[in-house]
Design a protein around this ligand. Structure first.
Ligand SMILES: *Cc1c(COP(=O)(O)O)cnc(C)c1O
Length: 380
């Protein structure tokens, strides 16, 4: 017997209840049966984003929604600020360049979130910027940015659109689109939404629609105007990933039932449990501002990543994410995003102890498991 356990920040595990819904025979997307499901999804997804704005469904991975948030918004030679503090923040810069915008980069070391002053100063030097692109939870470094405060400060001095990659924060970390006055928020299906990859969701404010309506059309498949027009009749412009929409609808029912505040609270608790176990083992986090969706842990000195990772993968069936770019082989990332509970986290720390032991790391046996168990007992 070999049981597999997925601890990556996308794809994330899919609840059995959702898999069963998606196992039903395919239905046609212009049938009333589908329209009913899609209408229900369109209502409940607003709750997930904490918005009254329409949330558009795109058949693409999360990056498709990022591309839509640039292609529909930025005209050639318009300036936009973005924060590059990891692989996903950097992606905003690539997209801005592809669509002919002028990207103004705020570069941060991995693990350090941007300070509001850096963003405000750049806006004051370039008052013509049309948008500020942020990454709420930078998955490559496991770092959370204080989007609430930054959005509040930007709004006091500028009408620039505030555009947030919420791909590992939606459904995990507090994000209130309307209360925080954010213009565009987007996510992908294989993260906090707990379904397989293939869908992206993008919420658009009134202020953002005004800009989009003045922006030259440079995308067809990812046109937000087309998606909005179709949504007015309860449709999508193209054949959607029907099966995934059925899955997402079921996921949203689960999310509504648990309650979004409870979900944020659960993620906070699981993340803190993992961090407690990690620290007890004498390991260090990469981030100075750790995300509640994913924890990036530095490989201890002298321990080979491959040996450690192979033990996790082939002996315990556990997949974690490795480090990217400069951190390849230097860190591993444990996801606690989506369908997880306390026992999953304890198992993860337990497996970590086995794999660390196998790869030659010295520690007091069971000190990690002890610490996480104690943390959960004290925080029932
Ligand atoms: C996963 C992820 C993406 C990319 O999403 P894809 O679905 O792989 O296109 C973008 N941003 C963040 C923060 C992510 O975690």
């Amino acid at each position: 017997m070999f049981k597999k356990r997925l601890f990556t920040p996308g794809p994330t595990p899919v609840p059995e209840r959702i898999m069963l819904k998606m196992a039903n025979p395919i239905i046609h997307h212009r049938n009333p049966e589908f329209k009913e499901i899609f209408a229900e999804l369109n209502e409940n997804i607003k709750y997930l984003f904490q918005t009254k704005n329409d949330v558009l469904t795109l058949t693409s991975s999360g990056t498709g929604a990022m591309e839509a948030a640039v292609a529909n918004v930025i005209n050639e030679n318009e300036k936009a600020i973005y924060v590059n503090g990891g692989k996903f923040g950097e992606r905003w810069g690539h997209l801005l360049r592809v669509f002919g915008g002028i990207p103004l980069e705020i570069r941060k070391d991995w693990g350090i979130p941007p300070a509001k002053e850096e963003i405000l100063d750049l806006i004051k030097e370039n008052p013509e910027v049309v948008a500020v692109y942020l990454t709420h939870s930078e998955t490559s470094s496991g770092t959370v940015t204080d989007v609430k405060e930054i959005a509040h400060e930007i709004r006091r001095i500028s009408d620039a659109l505030i555009i947030v990659d919420g791909i590992t924060s939606i459904g995990a970390i507090e994000l209130r689109m309307d209360d925080w006055d954010i213009d565009i928020v987007l996510t992908g299906s294989q993260k906090g939404l707990m379904i397989p990859p293939g869908l992206a969701f993008i919420a658009v404010s009134e202020r953002a629609w005004k800009k989009i309506n003045k922006t030259e059309n440079r995308t067809y498949y990812l046109s937000l105007k087309k998606a909005k027009k179709a949504l007015e009749t309860g449709d999508t412009p193209w054949t959607p990933a029907i099966t995934l929409i059925i899955g997402a609808n079921e996921a949203l029912k689960m999310i509504k039932k648990e309650g979004i505040e409870n979900i944020w609270q659960r993620h906070s608790k699981l993340a803190e449990g993992i961090r407690t176990g990690i620290k007890a083992l004498g390991l260090k986090l990469l981030s100075k501002s750790p995300s509640n969706a994913v924890t990036a842990v530095l490989m201890p000195d002298g321990i080979e990543f491959k040996k450690f990772n192979d033990a996790l993968k082939y002996e315990f069936g556990i997949t974690v994410a490795g480090g990217q770019e400069n951190y390849k082989g230097k860190l591993f990332r444990i996801s606690h995003l989506g369908y997880y509970d306390e026992l999953d986290m304890i198992s993860m720390i337990s497996a970590l102890e086995f794999a660390l032991h196998k790869s030659g790391y010295k520690f007091e046996p069971a000190c990690g498991v002890n610490a996480i168990q104690k943390f959960f007992l004290e925080n029932l």
